[in-house]
Ligand binder design. Sequence first.
Ligand SMILES: [Zn+2]
Length: 189
Amino acid sequence: MVQTERMTGLINEVRAAGFLTEGHFKFRSGLHSLVLLDRDRLLSDPHLASRMGYAIAKHYFLNRADVVATPSVWGAGLAQWVGYFLEPRRPVVYPTSNMEFSPAAREQLNGKRVLIIDNLVLSGRTIQEFVQAVARAEGMPIGIGALADFSGIEFPIPVFGLLNPSLGIFDPAKCPECAAGNSAVEVGY
Ligand SMILES: [Zn+2]
């Protein structure tokens, strides 16, 4: 209950910042949503980014992550906050541009429990590739954290889409807007 109230507070802040649009949206994954996040600006507010990073770190508090890793430049800003709020603080590991790791990064991952952070999980393909890259570097992916997960994919490790409960994400067959005969706007990703 307390958790739910906190979530409501957070989504209200995101809404008040103007980062949400209500409507009927269709993602490349095939899923629909009733709310669209402004992905270009969502992490541009450092205070909100810190709040969202805290909430993701809190979700994974008991999972004993040794390091945080992120596949994208968009995930990097969020990953810094997650690493900052884990207890104790955890380092953040980045890949090179072709989803490989430098020798130093490989050393940081080797034998470690790795919490994977990205801003959004869209098709899920990037995260799937990144999970494999972390495993090749002998890291053990223990979970995925993102602001939202629009993939609809069942990953072999837990996925936490922080804002998912507030976005009205549906399979088209169960989408209330589709049921009402309203056509969906393609978001293009
Ligand atoms: Zn729909």
